[in-house]
Ligand binder design. Sequence first.
Ligand SMILES: [Zn+2]
Ligand SMILES: [Zn+2]
Length: 135
Amino acid sequence: MTRNYRGSCLCGSISYEVSGFSSQVANCHCSMCRKFHGSAFGTLVSVTGLNWLTGKDHLKDYVGSNGTVRSFCAECGSSIGFRVKDSPLESIELAIATFDEDIPVVVDAQIYTNYKANWVTLHNKITSHGEGRDS
Ligand SMILES: [Zn+2]
Ligand SMILES: [Zn+2]
């Protein structure tokens, strides 16, 4: 018996459910994640069984200079997710903080720490990578 986990944006227009999660989740300190999330770092998770429940038409895409696509709620501006260039919406990695409940994931890395804000303290119990996971 599998169960679904639900998430939504701040205004509630957009809601979704998923049935599974990637085992790898990282806090990303790159400047694009910081700005997109409006926070110290961004945390995104790959999911399986994504189903948009409401408000899929409220999703607005921002395409970055490198072709990466970031989706947010056109009503409230909540960051919803990220996907690589030219990939379908179904491949979106979700902004983990938009889940409405506890989810079975563990953040196992902090990445692009070379670009972190000076006022952020890194976790000393999570593996750090100055660039991506392979660095
Ligand atoms: Zn919204
Ligand atoms: Zn990033």
